[in-house]
Design a protein around this ligand. Structure first.
Ligand SMILES: [Zn+2]
Length: 452
C-alpha cells in the first residue's frame, strides 16, 4: 500500500491520490463495467465489490477528505523521527487523549484547516481551433486556494486564448478563479460539520461551536439539523456566542480580485493589442509607401530647377554629342551669336531627320562648324541659360528658331580644285533688332528643336 493510500482505495480504482472527481468517476465506470458479475461472471465479484466500496468513499468529497486525512496521520505516526521532538511529544499527548476524529486537511499543503472548502479552479489550453478546460479540484485551505486560483489564471492567460472559442472561455475561467473558483456549498457545509465534530472530539469546544454555527446554515437539512443541535448543546455548556465568530479567510480580497480582473481583461487586451499593433504596422507601411511615392513625385517635379545642371559647360564652338562630320573636307557654317544668351545650333539632315552636328555658341561670340557633308540641311538654334546634366540641352529653352528654307550644300568640282561652301549666319534673338540684311527666322517649339 502506498503511504498516501493506506487502504488502497485509489489503487483499487487505478488512479493517483491527486485524481480529480471526474477522473475517479471515469475510472469507476470503466472498471465497474469490466468487473460487474452480470457481465463477467462470479470470478470478478470480489473485485467489483472492492471497486464499489472504494468509489463510495472517494466519490464523497467529505469521506474522501477524511480518508486523505487519515492517510496523513498514519504517515506522521509511521515517521516520528522526521518530526521535531516537540511535535512528536504533542502528537503522543494528543494520542493519549485518544482523539476520535481527524480534522480535514488541505489537499495541497496537508495542514489542518478549520474552514476547508471544496473548490474547482479552471485552466484553459487552446489549440488554435479548439480548447481544453482542465478542472483543478481539491479541498483547499484559503491560502492554497488563492495560490491555485492565481496559478490557474496565469496559465490560462498564457495559453488559453489562442483559439476563438478559447478566448471567451479564458475570460470566464479567469473571472471564476478570481472570485474563489467553483464552489459546492453542500460539500462545504459537510466539511465544516465534520471539522466541528473533529474539534469537539479533541476538546476544542469553542472552535467546534464556531464551526457548528456555520454548518447549521446550508442546503443540507440533515447536517443543518445536527449542527443546530450541537450549537444548542454547546451553548448550554457555556460556549460564548460572541467568541464563536470565526474570521473568514475565504473572503475574496480586493487585491486578488483586481489581479484576476486585470488578467481576464488582459486576455482580450492582448488580442486587441495584437490587432492594434497589426493595424498600426499596416498604416505605418502605407504611410511609408505614400511618403516614398510623394517623395518620388517631388523629385520629378523638382527636377527642372534642381541641381542637375551641367557640371562643366562646353566652351564656345564645342560640338555637342556625336556628330557626323568630315575631318579634312566639307562645308563650313559660321555662326555669329548676336544675343547675350548662350545658344545651341543644330544642323539637321532633312532626308533622315538626324542631327549631323550640334554646337555650343556662347553669348556674343562667333563659332564655326566645319566638315559638314554634302546634303540638304535644316539649321535650328535655341537660346537658354543653363544646360542640363548632359551638357547638351538647355534646361529651359527661352526661344527656338530655324533658318528659313533649307541649306543645300554641294561640293563643286572646278578645274582649280574642290570648292566647298561656307554659310554665314547671324543668330538673332530679340525680334525687332534683327540686322537689316537678315531674313526673318521662324519660331519653332522647344519640342521641335529637341527632336532629332
Ligand atoms: Zn493548504
Amino acid at each position: 500500500m502506498a503511504e498516501n493510500d493506506p487502504q488502497g482505495l485509489y489503487s483499487a480504482l487505478g488512479v493517483q491520490p491527486s485524481a480529480t472527481a471526474e477522473q475517479i468517476r471515469a475510472a469507476y465506470r470503466k472498471l465497474a463495467k469490466e468487473t460487474h458479475p452480470d457481465t463477467s461472471g462470479n470470478s470478478s465479484a470480489e473485485r467489483f465489490h472492492r471497486i464499489s466500496a472504494a468509489y463510495e468513499i472517494l466519490s464523497d468529497p467529505i469521506r474522501r477528505a477524511r480518508y486523505d486525512g487519515s492517510a496523513r496521520e498514519a504517515q506522521r505516526q509511521e515517521t516520528p523521527r522526521q518530526e521535531a521532538p516537540k511535535q512528536e511529544a504533542k502528537a503522543r499527548k494528543q494520542q493519549a487523549k485518544a482523539p476520535t476524529i481527524e480534522p480535514i486537511c488541505c489537499s495541497r499543503c496537508g495542514q489542518v484547516t478549520a474552514q476547508p472548502r471544496s473548490v474547482t479552479f479552471f485552466r484553459l489550453y487552446s489549440f488554435l481551433i479548439d480548447y481544453f478546460r482542465q478542472p483543478i479540484q481539491g479541498i483547499f485551505c484559503a491560502r492554497c486556494a488563492r495560490r491555485e486560483g492565481l496559478k490557474s489564471s496565469f496559465i490560462t492567460l498564457l495559453v488559453g486564448w489562442w483559439s476563438r472559442r478559447g478566448l471567451i472561455h479564458s475570460v470566464g475561467a479567469i473571472l471564476t478563479n478570481g472570485f474563489g473558483g467553483k464552489r459546492e456549498p453542500a460539500v462545504d457545509q459537510g466539511l465544516l460539520w465534520h471539522n466541528a465534530q473533529a474539534f469537539l472530539s479533541r476538546g476544542n469546544l469553542q472552535l467546534a461551536y464556531a464551526l457548528a454555527v456555520q454548518a447549521s446554515v446550508g442546503s443540507d437539512r440533515y447536517v443543518a439539523k445536527d449542527a443546530a443541535e450541537l450549537v444548542a448543546k454547546l451553548e448550554k455548556a457555556g460556549a460564548d456566542s460572541w467568541q464563536g465568530r470565526l474570521k473568514d479567510p475565504w473572503r475574496v480580497s480586493v487585491l486578488s480580485a483586481a489581479g484576476h480582473i486585470l488578467m481576464a481583461f488582459s486576455v482580450p487586451g492582448i488580442v486587441v493589442a495584437f490587432m492594434y499593433a497589426a493595424i498600426i504596422d499596416d498604416r505605418a507601411n502605407n504611410r511609408h509607401s505614400h511618403a516614398a511615392a510623394s517623395q518620388t513625385s517631388v523629385v520629378t517635379e523638382a527636377l527642372p530647377s534642381s541641381v542637375n545642371t551641367c557640371a562643366s559647360p562646353p566652351s564656345n564652338g564645342e560640338l555637342l554629342g556625336r556628330s557626323r562630320l568630315a575631318t579634312a573636307v566639307g562645308h563650313i557654317l559660321l555662326i555669329n551669336n548676336g544675343s547675350s544668351d548662350d545658344a545651341i545650333v543644330k544642323v539637321k539632315d532633312v532626308s533622315t531627320g538626324e542631327v549631323a552636328a550640334a554646337a555650343f555658341v556662347s553669348g556674343k561670340k562667333t563659332a564655326s562648324i566645319s566638315g559638314i557633308w554634302d546634303g540638304i540641311y535644316k539649321i535650328q538654334y535655341a537660346f537658354g541659360d543653363r544646360l542640363d546634366s548632359t551638357c547638351r540641352n538647355f534646361i529651359e529653352i527661352k526661344d527656338a528658331r530655324q533658318f528659313p528654307g533649307t541649306a543645300s550644300l554641294r561640293v563643286e568640282f572646278t578645274p582649280k580644285g574642290i570648292v566647298s561652301q561656307s554659310l554665314s549666319q547671324t543668330l538673332s534673338y530679340s525680334i525687332g533688332v534683327l540686322p537689316a540684311s537678315s531674313v526673318a527666322h521662324e519660331h519653332i517649339s522647344a519640342l521641335e528643336f529637341g527632336r532629332q
